[in-house]
Every structure is written in C-alpha cells, then in structure tokens.
Design a protein around this ligand. Structure first.
Ligand SMILES: NC(=O)c1ccc[n+]([C@@H]2O[C@H](COP(=O)([O-])OP(=O)(O)OC[C@H]3O[C@@H](n4cnc5c(N)ncnc54)[C@H](OP(=O)(O)O)[C@@H]3O)[C@@H](O)[C@H]2O)c1
Length: 300
C-alpha cells in the first residue's frame, strides 16, 4: 500500500507530486519529516517499489506518475556488497537506469543520491564534483554506475553526493558507537580514514532545495563542514554523549589502521567533499560536523 501524504487540499495544491524511494531508510525518513508544505509525497520502500524487480519498478513508476523522483533507495551494506555484486548492481545501477529512462519518457525530474565512496581517496584536499572518480569497492562502483545511469538516461537528472551520514533512524556509525559503549570497555576504531560526517537532516534540507531548481551543474556535493577520522569522530560521540548522560562511561578508544581492521570493502582514505558549488547554488550555510552531531544527540 503506497503511503501518500497530501499537505494541501487537492484543489489548492500548487506543489509537486514527488516519489520518494527508500522512504524507510535514514535519509528517507528525514526527507519525509521535512517535506515542504505544498508537496504531495508518495513514500515507497522495498515493499511498495522493489528496485530489484525491474518489471514491477517500471509499472510502479507508471502508476504513480510523479513529477520528481528522489531516489534514496540503495544497497547500502558496503561490506556485504563485496560478495553480493549482482544484487548491489541491480539496485544501485540497473534500477537507476530504469528510473532515469522513465523520467526521460515521462518528463519527470530525478534526484539521485550518491556517495563519497565513488572517489579513490588519494587526494588530500576536498573533492570537487568534477574530480576524477575511482571507487575502491563494489558499493562505490555500483553507486558510480548509478550516477552515470541517472545522468546519461535523462537530461532532467541531478546527482547529490554525501558522506558518512547518520541520523536517529536506521543503522549508522553514531548509533553503533552508542550501543558499543554500553557493551565494551575498549573499542577499536579506524584512524586512517578521514571524511565529513553528515547529519541526514541537513542533507534532506539540501535535497528539498534542489527539488525547487534545475541548476546547470548536475553533480552536487553535500556534507556537513569540516573533517575528522572515524576514530576521532567516535571520541567526539563518546565525549558528547557522556556529557548528555546518554552513556554512563566513555570506553577506551584504540586507533587501528584500515589494514589491521581488515573490512571486506576497501574505503577511501580521504573522502572529504568540497561543497562550495552546492552552497552557492542552494544558498546553504553548512553546519560544522560537531554541531550537527550535538544536534542529533540532543534529539536522542
Ligand atoms: N549511509 C551513508 O553513510 C551514506 C553516505 C553517502 C551516501 N549515501 C547514500 O544515501 C542514500 C540513502 O542512504 P541511507 O543511509 O538512508 O541508507 P539506508 O538507511 O540503508 O536506506 C536505504 C533504504 O533503501 C531500501 N532498499 C534497499 N534495497 C531496496 C530495494 N531493492 N528496493 C527498494 N528499496 C530498497 C532499504 O531497505 P532495507 O533497510 O530493508 O534494506 C532502506 O530503507 C543511499 O543512496 C546511499 O547510497 C549514504
């Protein structure tokens, strides 16, 4: 059953009919919470619109007839994707091609959400949207495939890349650290990967701004400001959460290298995104990552 939220009476509706995929995910839920007042939002997740089923996907899109599709749905299990290439490719790449083709034929706009993991992490300064890509893992490769499918399949499509997202919903690094803090006295966290943690609410706000315009630049970067390693991000989570009484004690943090941690998927060592273009185009004032973290913890 599709869940349609209509904020205006139909007779006075002036806004768009928007199809949201991945509505139960953390970004999807933040988008649902911040939907503009004159927007008709059709929320779908895997039960209503399974991106792994190409036929049903196409007929589902045709029955909804949106003016804008915000595609947040993705195969996001980064390590699992290494052994599940076909499924990750279907959802992150093939389905995006089908969505883009639908958008082209129906005159619908597409916003495709993507990731910092399309970069190889060799740079030591923030990545601009047109920097060369070079994903190191299956997830990054399939998400890059999805970007190309979106941009190549339809002229009215935009890619918005974010990084290290977290929120009060679903599974993410912040919630995992808070749970581990109650279970362990010592926690090993990777210290040689640097990025910009991003509160999904801030990304959602940017996406709703992008929904209103059709900028010439078709790849945008959107993260919170500043940079930090996973290890230092964990330290900040424990310090702030202790201060708020969310955890009783801060566990001892042990820095480990990516090599020693030995995750199935290789991540970029440095994946900070340059948001300058997005800030200009969308009129955004980025939130510093620590302030955004505090905002999230205050809500928990
Ligand atoms: N999380 C990050 O750090 C991060 C960073 C940069 C960019 N992104 C991108 O941001 C977007 C949103 O990520 P997120 O963190 O909100 O991820 P998420 O919480 O995992 O949400 C993704 C949603 O898509 C759903 N989904 C999975 N397979 C599907 C399918 N076959 N058909 C329809 N829906 C399906 C998931 O359902 P299940 O939960 O049942 O699988 C989930 O509800 C993704 O495109 C991701 O690549 C994420």
């Amino acid at each position: 059953m599709l869940n349609s939220i209509l904020f205006f009476p139909e007779s006075s509706r002036s806004g768009m009919k928007v199809l949201l995929t991945g509505a139960q995910g953390q970004l999807g839920r933040c988008l649902t919470e911040s939907v503009p007042a004159d927007t008709e939002l059709v929320e779908t997740d895997i039960a209503e619109l399974d991106l792994a089923d190409s036929k049903l996907l196409l007929s589902g899109l045709g029955s909804i007839e949106p003016e804008l599709i915000i595609n947040t749905a993705a195969y996001t299990a980064v390590d699992r994707a290494e052994a599940d290439v076909d499924a990750a490719t279907q959802v992150n790449e093939t389905a995006v091609g089908i969505i883009a083709e639908y958008c082209r034929s129906a005159g619908c706009k597409l916003i495709q959400v993507s990731t910092d993991y399309v970069f190889d992490g060799e740079k030591s300064s923030p990545h601009k949207p047109d920097d060369p890509t070079g994903p190191l893992c299956v997830y990054g490769r399939t998400k890059l495939g999805g970007e190309k499918a979106a941009l190549g399949g339809c002229d009215s499509s935009w890619v918005i890349r974010s990084s290290w997202t977290y929120s009060e919903y679903g599974q993410n690094f912040v919630k995992t650290m808070l749970r581990l803090a109650t279970e362990h006295e010592q926690i090993e966290v990777v210290s040689d990967q640097t990025g910009s943690p991003t509160y999904a609410r801030n990304l959602a706000d940017a996406i709703w701004k992008l929904a209103e315009i059709k900028p010439a630049a078709r790849i945008l970067h959107c993260s919170d400001a500043g940079k930090v390693s996973w290890h230092d991000f964990a330290g900040a989570i424990f310090a702030e959460a202790s201060g708020l009484g969310l955890i009783n004690r801060s566990p001892t943090l042990i820095p480990v290298s990516s090599n020693d941690y030995n995750a199935a998927a290789i991540r970029p060592a440095y994946s900070v995104l340059d948001n300058e273009l997005t800030n200009d185009l969308l009129g955004i004032e980025q939130t510093y990552w620590l302030d955004a973290l505090r905002a999230l913890l205050a809500r928990l």
